[in-house]
Design a protein around this ligand. Structure first.
Ligand code: NAD
Length: 248
């Protein structure tokens, strides 16, 4: 049975991915720093295990990967999904806020990938990193968040370049807006309206729709795909001005 680690797996996109992978016959380690949410999520993902860890802390990450390997037997997939969204104007983004965003969104991806290297090389597994449309295109309020996600996109290519030789694929999914707890906290009515204007499909995505992209990239169906960025965003990245006037 294939094993996967999903960081930020206690809710939102991570939990939706865990459910789909489990339905496909994988065994999943849900990793999160929110222990209460983890315990609540566990019954929704039959056969899964929960590991409490903060992906920004190197010691936590080393322990987490060791626990996952011991419980799952093998690690064929790593989904670096844990993320925080702190939005604010550049002038109000202090160093502490900048570091908080980078620590989880970028350091976390680096640390978890490195810690899982040995197990992934053994299984010739695959990694999917979760970036964002905010990593593609700059926008207001996202000096830290957007930059962290642009870093994730490039980090994906760096790891793909070095790990291809070992048969390990590393790809990235850039979700558009999804109504998870993360988005509900930072998407004001203005932001919501702007997204609708800028998305050809004219709606937010669903957690499961993002998860389908992640599961595809982890699967054998994507066996010759590495170093790539898959936007699951209703068309946001592909378009420029004009949609609202067309709709009007
Ligand atoms: P969410 O807030 O619902 O879930 C994120 C989970 O990550 C939470 O359970 C949280 O406790 C956990 N987490 C945060 N920091 C952690 C840390 N340091 N260590 C361990 N766990 C940690 O968020 P979501 O919307 O499901 O987002 C998942 C990913 O998708 C994030 O990387 C986010 O940036 C990205 N994303 C989300 C959207 C969206 O609109 N929801 C859009 C683009 C990208």
């Amino acid at each position: 049975m294939k094993g996967a680690i999903i960081t930020g797996g206690a809710r939102g996109i991570g939990l939706a991915t865990a459910k789909l992978l489990t339905a496909d016959g994988w065994k999943v380690a849900l990793v999160d720093r929110d222990d209460a949410a983890l315990q609540q999520a566990l019954p929704d993902v039959p056969g899964s295990i929960a590991i409490s860890a903060d992906v920004s802390q190197p010691e936590d990450v080393t322990r987490m990967v060791a626990e996952a390997k011991a419980a799952l037997g093998r690690i064929d997939g790593l989904v670096n999904n844990a993320g925080v969204a702190l939005f604010g104007p550049e002038a109000e983004t202090g160093f502490a806020m900048w570091r908080e965003v980078m620590a989880t969104n970028l350091d976390g991806v680096f640390l978890c990938s490195q810690a899982a290297r040995k197990a992934l090389f053994e299984s010739k597994g695959a990694v999917v990193n979760i970036a964002s449309i905010s990593g593609h295109r700059a926008s207001t309020l996202r000096v830290a968040y957007g930059t962290s996600k642009a870093g994730v996109i490039h980090l994906t290519k760096q790891f793909a370049a070095e790990w291809g030789e070992a048969g390990v694929r590393v790809n990235c999914v850039a979700p558009g807006p999804v109504d998870t707890k993360l988005a509900l906290a930072v998407h004001t009515p203005d932001i919501r309206a702007a997204y609708h204007d800028a998305i050809p499909l004219n709606r937010y995505g669903k957690e499961e729709e993002i998860a389908q992209g992640i599961v595809f990239l982890l699967s054998e169906k994507a066996s010759y795909i590495t170093g790539q960025l898959l936007s699951v965003d209703g068309g946001f990245e592909s378009t420029g001005i004009g949609l609202p006037s067309l709709r009007g």
